[in-house]
Design a protein around this ligand. Structure first.
Ligand SMILES: Nc1ncnc2c1ncn2[C@@H]1O[C@H](COP(=O)(O)OP(=O)(O)OP(=O)(O)O)[C@@H](O)[C@H]1O
Ligand SMILES: [Mg+2]
Length: 498
């Protein structure tokens, strides 16, 4: 490739946060018309690098060049003027205004502001990028789903026609359909000669999208390869520094009593759900985004009380009206929106890992036992939580490491029934296989586990039995030995065509 095609070059980039060396001499080149994937374990420094490119942070060392000319950004508006946009993982959406205003925020120009023209312009943009069926220009910010919020964040970047665009785990809140929209948008950007950087922990996406892959480990630059020169195992080795054992460790455990039985359970989110889980069993719940999987978990956990049917826990009908009722029944729940729902960002890693939360009572019950804490510490090690010490504030950890802290807490508590909603979302490949091993161990210790996941290989890998949901109902049930991706998808699409 010729020199001219390098749109952005970052050389020798370093960044420290106190004693933490987040980046140590990182090298990245982004080429026009190419997708460069940035990969590395949780805490490797990927988001920090993007924040430096965006002008959020000043690097402690190194240099940036755009089109061969040195640049320095002191804030995001500098980066924007240079034609560079970074799409952060967590969209900031203004609730009280429309999608159109959210997209063109900061670009509205006081004088000739004309709402109708703005809506029209937004519609044109949405059509141009193929987002017009997923987003309405006049919808209110407060009415958007997490996936739609992410799409708004993406639109915000592309409408300014940047020449360099960086995505930080853009698919983590997207369903399959929105992922397809995003991928075709990225192809369009490539055709337009835009240089794209793409951070993701999902290998399949990387192999679908990327031309080159740059790997970071512990803040250091490991290397850059063309996608044709590498494969899954090679990338894992580059990221983790070692080979990983077999990815899924499931051995079917001996099944005990029925721990959970739902009989005709329903509320405004789910309808007529029959489901059982036995001690030692791992049950997967599959379905498309919006099928009601998370809502079902929240129904069992007491966030959305059931208004119909019965919930039977270990043979006893329980009234689960609020989260404290489910905790008392021995049910642990690691929700999907971990940061919002489960973490105390201003407290330490140790406190968060050793804490069981009773949200509804608006007070905290601290499980202070020494044994609990030691257990939490053990899980912190097993999940490779990258933190300078267990006293670090959780708010200062990388996104994936925050996820790991919540999971460590729940995995360490050994409830009777454990509900895990998207347990490996945002989590790196090394910790993923460790989480599967822990789920397997818990099953062998007689814990009943329900795993919700959008990743079919994961559902197929961890589950003994799989329920598929569609439109708030159970649309089918498959034993592990009969389950395939095709059969799950067919059941998941059940009501969509109707
Ligand atoms: N504001 C901060 N204060 C202290 N440490 C920080 C801060 N921001 C990041 N770090 C640390 O810098 C390191 C790199 O974090 P970064 O967010 O870049 O990781 P990442 O590769 O994006 O990980 P993930 O895959 O989990 O998102 C981590 O050890 C993190 O704890
Ligand atoms: Mg990150």
């Amino acid at each position: 490739m010729s020199q001219e095609s390098i749109a952005l070059r970052a050389a020798g980039i370093s960044k420290n946060f106190g004693p933490v060396h987040a980046l140590r001499g990182v090298e990245v080149e982004l080429r026009s018309g190419e997708v460069t994937a940035l990969m590395g374990e949780n805490g490797a420094g990927k988001s920090t690098l993007l924040k430096i490119l965006n002008g959020d942070y000043r690097p402690d060392g190194g240099s940036l060049e755009i089109d061969g000319r040195p640049v320095e950004f002191s804030d995001p508006s500098d980066a924007r003027r240079a034609g560079l946009r970074v799409i952060a993982q967590e969209p900031e959406i203004i609730a009280a205004v429309s999608v159109a205003e959210n997209i063109f925020v900061g670009d509205l120009g006081g004088v000739g502001f004309n709402r109708r023209a703005l809506i029209e312009r937004t519609r044109t943009e949405l059509r141009r990028w193929g987002f017009d069926r997923a987003l309405r220009a006049d919808a209110l910010g407060s009415d958007l789903s997490p996936a739609q919020r992410q799409l708004v964040e993406i639109m915000r970047a592309v409408v300014s026609r940047p020449r360099i665009i960086c995505f930080d785990e853009p698919t983590s809140s997207l369903g399959d359909e929105e992922v397809a929209l995003l991928f075709s948008l990225i192809r369009q950007l490539q055709d337009d000669g835009v240089a794209v950087a793409y951070v993701s922990h999902r290998m399949a996406e990387i192999f679908q999208l990327a031309d080159r892959i740059t790997v970071l480990r512990d803040g250091a630059f490991v290397g850059t390869k063309r996608v044709s020169e590498t494969d899954h195992d090679d990338l894992v080795r580059m990221m983790v520094g070692r080979d990983l054992e077999k990815f899924f460790h499931r051995d079917r455990a001996a099944l005990g009593e029925t721990v959970l039985e739902l009989i005709g359970v329903g509320n405004e989110h789910v309808t007529d759900v029959d489901l059982t889980v036995r001690a030692g069993e791992v049950v997967g719940v599959a379905g498309l985004v919006g099928a009601g999987r998370s809502e079902l978990m929240k129904t069992i956990a007491g966030d959305y009380p059931a208004t119909a049917g019965r919930i039977v826990v270990s043979g006893e009908v329980r009234s689960i009206r609020q989260p404290s009722d489910s905790i008392r029944a021995g049910i642990g729940f690691a929700p999907e929106e971990r940061k919002a729902e489960a973490l105390l960002l201003q407290r330490s890693v140790r406190d968060n890992a050793a804490l069981v939360v009773l949200k509804s009572l608006a007070r905290w019950i601290f499980v202070r036992g020494r044994a609990e804490r030691a257990l939490a510490q053990e899980y912190i090690q097993r999940l490779r939580i990258r933190t300078p010490s267990s006293e670090q504030l959780v708010g200062n950890l990388s996104g994936g490491n925050q996820q790991k802290v919540v999971l460590a807490r729940w995995l360490a508590t050994k409830p009777r029934l454990l509900l895990l909603d998207e347990p490996t979302r945002g989590i790196d490949v090394g910790a993923k296989s460790e989480i599967y091993a822990i789920i397997d161990e818990l099953a062998h210790q007689g814990v009943a586990v329900i795993v919700v996941s959008s990743e079919l290989p994961e559902i197929l890998g961890v589950s003994d039995r799989i329920y598929v949901m569609s439109d708030g109902r159970i649309s089918g049930e498959l034993d592990r030995k009969d389950a395939t991706e095709e059969r799950i998808l067919a059941l998941a699409m059940n009501d969509i065509s109707a």
